[in-house]
Design a protein around this ligand. Structure first.
Ligand code: SF4
Ligand code: SF4
Length: 139
């Protein structure tokens, strides 16, 4: 059974950024919040509640469809696989992402893309995030 990252209990989030650091260490090998595919942010306003910007794990990812060199390809169960060596840095995926969660990494002009590895969920101390089971069709 495939699994896709899901924000389960955002009200439990304490903005410790463990998820973001787990992501950036796992995926990019760096220790930089800016390089994390998941972003925890305040929603603003007087109450300043928190929000998590995450890849939706689309069954038919628009980012992959928009990628001319096919560096992004659909992942079985939802989301994408990313072949960094094939990416030419055109940024088409950034414009195509329906959740607007893909950003270009200024350090190497390549996109910061969630690969649905689950490291963020594993290191969240409050079970805010979950790798939820989905059918291979991504439903
Ligand atoms: S599932 Fe993996 S790549 Fe995606 S946000 Fe979490 S740690 Fe980063
Ligand atoms: S690890 Fe969990 S509690 Fe910490 S910032 Fe991320 S989602 Fe929030």
């Amino acid at each position: 059974m495939a699994r896709v990252l899901t924000v389960k209990h955002i009200n439990r989030c304490i903005a410790c950024y463990s998820c973001m650091l787990a992501c950036t260490r796992t995926v990019s090998g760096r220790f930089s919040l800016a390089a994390s595919a998941i972003q925890i942010r305040t929603r603003g306003g007087l109450q300043s509640k928190l929000a998590a910007d995450v890849c939706l794990g689309c069954a038919e990812p628009a980012c992959a469809a928009a990628c001319p060199p096919e560096a992004l390809r659909p992942r079985p169960g939802g989301g994408v696989r990313f072949a960094r060596s094939q990416c030419d840095g055109c940024g088409a995926c950034v414009a195509a992402c329906i959740a607007r969660v893909i950003r270009m990494d200024p350090e190497d002009s390549r996109p910061i893309v969630c690969v649905q590895c689950g490291a963020c969920a594993k290191y969240c101390p409050h079970e805010v995030l979950e790798m939820a089971a989905v059918s291979e069709g991504g439903e």
